[in-house]
Ligand binder design. Structure first.
Ligand code: PLP
Length: 370
């Protein structure tokens, strides 16, 4: 296989899907795939056997979910475009608005088209520190309606409420958030039919407290008679994908530097944005192995650096470097800056065979330009 390529592993996907399905089976809740994290629609027929549907961030994801996944198609956006709303009604079953003004603008039309209508609330409960870029409850956030901005007169138009406040978190953070939702919006929970707990639940992580999640869901169902939705992205594909690359050149400038055929800026932008250090197969922390390298991309960006890693054997031209946990927020975020080619997409089936699902080339680069 020509590198770089994303490799998605069917067995690892199934392992995650079974955990998610067990939560649905135990509680009767519905779990949707958040396509913003992972939209490899080749896998949708498999995912559809386990999950209830998809959620979308706007028109195109809603269309993809409707056309390729089926089941329930939900959509939430901070604001909808007037010129897209009619088409959105063709694909979405549940439409979640960000503000009372958006409900007033589009709610009656969506209701007339037979859609289920929700409002995203902001419980103003931050359970994460550091990454304000990923904290919808940070002061000044535009995401979700605060208790002060809630307009009770709209309740007859609403079928459900939605919140999304977590990022890679365990069930204890959800418990705190649900308590804040109950404190601020508890009297409205009985007036609606469903509550969507958003994403950010790391349900398929080894240390995730699934039983606590089940207790929280049951509490909401029993106290308020609600249908419960969750819409994780990461948890669906956690540890189910790799980005396989090769060393193009090793050079030395104070440190040993391995230039790879993959780029942080183009192929794994969250490494720079978040920022975070992706696991590399067979590596250790810098300085802990015999050979330490700065792994870097082939673009012009000085900061196109993935990080410093140690290996037991030296890296040479042609050595394979495999980044782990690369199915989430990668393929959906790639770009062709510098004319970088997009990584191919490869699927490893349960019987071990590899299928190249997609090869990208010059046309994909040129097609985005004019
Ligand atoms: C509204 C909403 N739902 C679901 C998700 C999925 O979150 P995650 O991939 O962390 O589970 C996000 C992520 O930003 C989101 O904004």
């Amino acid at each position: 296989m020509r590198t770089p390529y994303f490799l998605v592993d069917e067995q690892a996907l199934i392992k995650n899907l079974e955990i998610l399905k067990s939560v649905m089976d135990k509680t009767g809740c519905k779990i949707l795939l958040a396509q913003k994290a992972f939209s490899m629609f080749y896998t949708y027929p498999l995912l559809r056997r386990y999950l209830a549907g998809t959620t979308a961030s706007g028109l195109y994801e809603a269309r993809l979910g409707h056309e390729e996944f089926g089941g329930e198609t939900h959509v939430y956006a901070p604001a909808y475009r007037p010129d897209e709303f009619d088409e959105l009604l063709l694909y979405a079953d549940d439409i979640i608005f960000n503000s009372p003004a958006q409900v007033k603008k589009y709610g009656a039309k969506a209701r007339a088209a037979g859609k289920s209508i929700g409002l995203r609330i902001n419980p103003q409960c931050s359970t994460q520190e550091g990454h304000d870029i990923y904290n919808p409850c940070a002061p000044g956030s535009r995401l979700g309606t605060t208790r002060d901005n809630f307009d009770e007169s709209l309740l007859p138009l609403l079928d459900g409420l939605h919140f999304h406040t977590l990022c890679e978190q365990n069930a204890d953070a959800l418990e705190l958030t649900v308590a804040a939702v109950e404190a601020r919006f508890g009297n409205y929970l009985k007036a609606v039919k469903w509550l969507n707990l958003g994403g950010g639940h790391h349900i398929t992580r080894k240390d995730y407290d699934v039983e606590r999640l089940v207790r929280i869901i049951r509490h909401l169902q029993e106290t308020y008679d609600l249908e419960i939705y969750l819409e994780p992205g990461e948890a669906v594909v956690l540890n189910a994908g790799f980005l396989v690359s090769e060393v193009l050149e090793v050079l030395h400038n104070d440190v040993d530097i391995a230039i790879l055929d993959t780029s942080a800026a183009c192929h794994m932008p969250d490494v720079l944005e978040m920022p975070y250090r992706p696991p590399v197969r067979g590596s250790r922390a810098a300085g802990e192995g015999a050979y330490t390298y700065r792994l870097a991309g082939p673009t012009c960006l000085a900061g196109d650096v993935i990080g410093d890693y140690s290996f037991d054997a030296p890296l040479v031209e042609g050595s394979r470097v495999i980044f782990e946990d690369m199915a989430l927020y990668t393929m959906v975020k790639t770009n062709t800056f510098n004319g970088m080619a997009l990584p191919d997409i490869v699927y490893r089936k349960s019987d071990g065979s590899l299928e190249r699902v997609r090869r990208f080339g010059y046309a994909d680069f040129k097609g985005r330009l004019s």
